[in-house]
Design a protein around this ligand. Structure first.
Ligand code: 3HC
Length: 700
C-alpha cells in the first residue's frame, strides 16, 4: 500500500506531504504517518520540517468516518503534542480547507504560512462537537484576543487568510506559492528559542474585565446556539483556558469532547453531514452527462419567480423574466432591485454589484424571447390549467433540447409534461420562499424525465448553491405532502384545548425555527383556505380547520392583515394574542361539542412529530423519496427543522420506532382514528426492531 504521508528533502529541509484524498482528513494512517515522518526528520537532523497537504489543501479535520469506531492510537491530541515537542522547527503550509483537527495540527506547529485563498476554521460545533485536539486551549493562547478565539471556537465559521493574519493566527500570508515561502522561512530559521514558539507554554491570566467579557459572550453564544449544546460547551472550555493550566484544560476539553460525541445532538449532526452529501447524488439507474445551460428563462415575476431569477442572476446566469404585463414586470423587477439594494447598507454588496446583477436580467411579455433559453423555470399561478397553458406555449416556442421545469409545489408534473411534445425534457424544480435565500431545491423526476435532464437540474443546484433532493411525482412531493398531517395534528390539538401559542412554543422549544401557527400567519391564512376549498376535503377534514376558515372569513389573514392566529404590531413587529382568534376558537369548540382538556407539551411534540414521520414513511414506501435521509434533508433545509435533531425520520429513530408505532397505534384506535393512516413500513420496522437508518442502508 502506498504511504499517505511521505517526505521529500529540499536541501536540509524535510517537506512532509499528507496525501489522503479527497480532503486529507486525519485518518489513523495519516496520524501515524505524520509522527513517523517527523520522527525521521528529527533523527536525520533536518534543519526544519514543513507539513503540507497534497492537492492544494492542507487538512480538513478529523476523519468523520472513524467516529463511532474503536479509537486507534496515536490519538490526535497526542500527535499534536508530539509535533509541538519536536526539537526541530515545524512549519505548516495552510492551503485550501484547513479545518478542525487540521487547524489544530497547525497550532502544534511552530510557524504557520498561509496561502491567500485558504479557509481556516474550527467547524466542530456544526457536528455537535468541540475542537477536541487542543483547539480550545491553544487558540486562545495564540490569539490573545479572547473574543476572536471564542468566535472561531463557538461559531464554527471559517475565516480567510487575511483575517487570520490580522488576528495573529498565521505568521505570513502568501499570494502565490506558500510552500516556497515556507521553504524560504525554514532556511532562514535557527531553532535557538523554539520554546517561545510552543503555544502550550503561553500563560493566560483571567482578570475581572475578562470575566465580564466572557459573561456577556456566553449569553450571546447560548442565544445563537438555539438549543444546540456544543457551542456553549466549546466556549466554556475556551474560557477555562484562562483559569486553569494547559494540561488541565486539555483534560477538560477531552472529557467534554467525548461527552458530546456520544450525545444525541452530535449523532444527529454527524448523520446530517452525510445525509446532505448523499442527497445530491443521482439515483444509480441514471447515466449520462448534464446539458449545457448558458441562459435561463423564468415565467412569472411574483415572489417565487423573482426569487428564482435572483438565484440565477447571483450565480452569474443571464436571465429573461416573462410576465403577462409590463406593470407586473415593473413591480417584479422593482422588488428584486430593492431586495438586492438592502444588502448595500450591511456591506454585503456594493451599488455597482447590484447594477451588475440587474444587468443580467432582461424582461419580456413575449414567449418568443425565451426561444433561445437552455432552461426555463415556470413559476406561474398554482393551478393545473395555468401550468398546462404555459407549457403548451413553451413547447411551441422554446428551442429543442431546452429543459422545461415547473416550480409547482403540489401539482402532477407528469400531467404538465404530457401537455408538451417533449415530456423527456420536463421536470419539477420546486424552490422554497424566499427562493434566493432558502437552500432547498426539490427536484421532481417525472415519469418520462430524461437522465441528462435530471443531471442538469442537479448541476444547476450546485452552481446556484442549493441543496437538492430528488422526489418522484406525488401530491406535494416530499415536503409539502408531509406538512398536511403535521398541520392536521396542530389544528386538532387546538380544537382539543391547546392554544396556538402553546403549540408554537412547545415546537420552538423542541427546536423548530417557527411554530405552525406563526408560519401559517406568515404565509397568509387565505392560502390554506383557498387550497382546502380547491381540494374538496372530507367532512372530517374540513371540521379540523373550522377555526382557521372562520378567521379568514372574518378578515384575519395573518401578518399581511395585521392579525391571524396572533395580532401583529407593525411598529415593533411583535406578535401577541389575538383576542378575536381566541373567541373564534372557543366558539368553534363549543359548536362542535368538544370538551376541552389540558394538553401537555409532550403530547404536542409527539402527535405532530410522529405524524410527520408517519407520512415520511408513506413517502418512502411509495418511492416518492429514495432515502429517509433525503426526507430529513428536505425538512432541515426547507422547513426550519432543528438540525441538531437530525430530521423527522432520524428523530423517530432516536425516540425508538417501537414507542412511536405504539403511540400511532393507540391514536388510530381512539376517537381521532380517522386522522391517522399508520404506515406499514413504520409499523414493520418497529416490529422488526429496526430503524429508518437501517432501512436506508438496506435500500440505497
Ligand atoms: N472526514 C471524512 N470525510 C470527509 C471529511 C472529513 N473530515 N470532510 C469531507 N469528507 C468527505 C465527504 O463526505 C465527501 O465524501 P463523498 O464524496 O463520499 O460524499 C468528500 O469528502 C468531499 O466532501 P464535500 O462534498 O463536502 O466537498 P467540498 O469540496 O464541497 O467541501 C469541505 C470540502 C469544506 C472540507 C467539507 O467537506 C467539510 O466541511 N468537511 C468537514 C470539515 C469538518 O467538519 N472538520 C472537522 C471535523 S471534526 C474534528 O476535526 C475533530 C477534532 O477537533 C478532534
Amino acid at each position: 500500500m502506498t504511504k499517505s504521508v511521505t517526505t521529500e528533502m529540499h536541501g536540509e529541509i524535510a517537506v512532509i506531504r499528507i496525501d489522503n484524498p479527497p480532503v486529507n482528513a486525519l485518518s489513523h494512517h495519516v496520524r501515524e504517518g505524520m509522527l513517523r515522518e517527523l520522527g525521521a526528520a528529527q533523527e536525520n537532523n533536518a534543519k526544519a520540517a514543513i507539513l503540507v497537504g497534497r492537492g492544494g489543501t492542507f487538512i480538513a479535520g478529523a476523519d468523520i468516518k472513524e467516529f463511532g469506531k474503536p479509537p486507534k492510537e496515536p490519538m490526535l491530541p497526542e500527535v499534536i503534542h508530539q509535533i509541538e515537542a519536536i526539537t526541530i522547527p515545524v512549519i505548516a503550509v495552510i492551503e485550501g480547507n484547513t479545518l478542525g483537527g487540521g487547524l489544530e495540527v497547525t497550532l502544534g506547529c511552530h510557524y504557520r504560512v498561509a496561502d491567500a485563498k485558504a479557509k481556516l476554521g474550527l467547524p466542530e460545533v456544526a457536528l455537535g462537537l468541540l475542537p477536541g485536539a487542543s483547539g480550545t486551549q491553544r487558540l486562545p493562547r495564540l490569539l490573545q484576543n479572547p473574543v476572536e478565539a471564542l468566535t472561531m471556537i463557538s461559531s464554527g465559521r471559517p475565516i480567510n487568510a487575511a483575517k487570520a493574519e490580522a488576528i495573529g493566527l498565521v505568521d505570513k500570508v502568501v499570494d502565490g506559492n506558500a510552500l516556497e515561502a515556507a521553504l524560504e522561512m525554514a532556511n532562514g530559521l535557527n531553532n535557538d528559542n523554539l520554546d517561545a514558539r510552543r503555544i502550550s507554554k503561553i500563560e493566560l491570566t483571567m482578570t475581572p474585565e475578562l470575566e465580564a467579557v466572557f459573561d456577556g459572550a456566553m449569553v450571546e453564544i447560548a442565544q445563537k446556539a438555539k438549543g444546540s449544546i456544543a457551542p456553549v460547551k466549546a466556549a466554556e472550555c475556551a474560557r477555562a483556558a484562562y483559569n486553569i493550566p494547559f494540561d488541565e484544560g486539555m483534560k477538560l476539553e477531552r472529557q467534554s469532547f467525548l461527552e458530546l460525541m456520544v450525545g444525541d445532538q452530535s449523532q444527529a449532526l454527524q448523520y446530517m453531514f452525510f445525509a446532505e452529501r448523499q442527497s445530491p447524488k443521482p439515483p444509480k439507474d441514471v447515466t449520462g452527462a448534464p446539458r449545457d445551460v448558458k441562459k435561463v428563462g423564468i415565467i412569472g415575476a411574483g415572489t417565487m419567480g423573482g426569487g428564482i431569477a435572483m438565484t440565477y442572476a447571483e450565480a452569474g446566469f443571464p436571465v429573461t423574466i416573462l410576465e403577462m404585463t409590463n406593470e407586473a414586470l415593473d413591480r417584479g423587477l422593482g422588488t428584486i432591485e430593492k431586495n438586492w439594494a438592502r444588502g448595500i447598507k450591511s456591506g454585503r454588496i456594493t451599488e455597482a454589484g447590484v447594477a451588475e446583477r440587474m444587468s443580467r436580467l432582461s424582461r419580456t411579455t413575449s414567449y418568443d424571447d425565451l426561444a433561445d433559453c437552455d432552461l426555463v423555470i415556470e413559476a406561474a399561478f398554482e393551478t393545473m390549467e395555468v401550468k398546462r397553458n404555459v407549457f403548451r406555449k413553451l413547447d411551441a416556442t422554446v428551442k429543442q433540447g431546452a429543459i422545461l421545469a415547473s416550480n409547482t409545489s403540489y401539482l402532477n408534473v407528469d400531467e404538465i409534461a404530457a401537455e408538451t411534445n417533449r415530456p423527456a425534457d420536463v421536470l419539477g424544480m420546486h424552490y422554497f420562499s424566499p427562493a434566493n435565500i432558502m437552500p432547498l431545491l426539490e427536484i421532481v423526476r417525472a415519469e418520462k424525465t430524461a437522465d441528462d435532464v435530471l443531471l442538469t437540474a442537479l448541476a444547476m443546484a450546485k452552481k446556484t448553491r442549493k441543496t437538492p433532493t430528488i422526489s418522484r411525482v406525488g401530491h406535494g412531493f416530499i415536503g409539502n405532502r408531509m406538512l398536511t398531517p403535521y398541520l392536521r395534528q396542530a389544528n386538532l390539538l387546538v380544537l382539543e384545548g391547546a392554544s396556538p401559542a402553546q403549540i408554537d412554543k412547545a415546537l420552538t422549544d423542541f427546536g423548530w425555527a417557527m411554530g405552525p401557527f406563526a408560519v401559517s400567519d406568515l404565509a397568509g391564512l387565505d392560502i390554506g383556505y383557498k387550497s382546502r376549498q380547491d381540494q374538496e376535503l372530507s367532512e372530517d377534514e374540513t371540521r379540523i380547520y373550522t377555526a382557521a376558515d372562520r378567521l379568514v372569513e372574518a378578515g384575519h389573514l395573518g401578518q399581511k392583515s395585521g392579525s391571524g392566529f396572533y395580532a401583529y404590531d407593525p411598529e415593533i413587529r411583535g406578535r401577541s394574542e389575538n383576542s378575536a382568534a381566541t373567541e373564534i376558537i372557543e366558539q368553534v369548540r363549543s359548536e362542535l361539542g368538544i370538551n376541552t382538556r389540558a394538553i401537555s407539551d409532550e403530547e404536542i411534540v409527539e402527535r405532530t412529530q410522529f405524524a410527520l414521520a408517519n407520512e415520511g414513511a408513506h413517502v418512502l414506501a411509495e418511492g416518492v423519496a429514495t432515502r429517509a435521509s433525503d426526507v430529513d434533508v428536505v425538512y432541515n433545509y426547507g422547513y426550519g427543522y432543528p438540525r441538531w435533531r437530525g430530521g423527522p425520520m432520524h428523530y423517530v429513530d432516536t425516540v425508538g420506532l417501537k414507542h412511536v408505532a405504539a403511540k400511532i397505534a393507540e391514536w388510530s384506535d381512539s376517537a381521532q382514528s380517522v386522522h391517522w393512516n399508520p404506515s406499514d413500513l413504520l409499523m414493520t420496522l418497529a416490529d422488526e426492531g429496526k430503524s429508518f437508518r437501517q432501512w436506508d442502508a438496506e435500500n440505497s
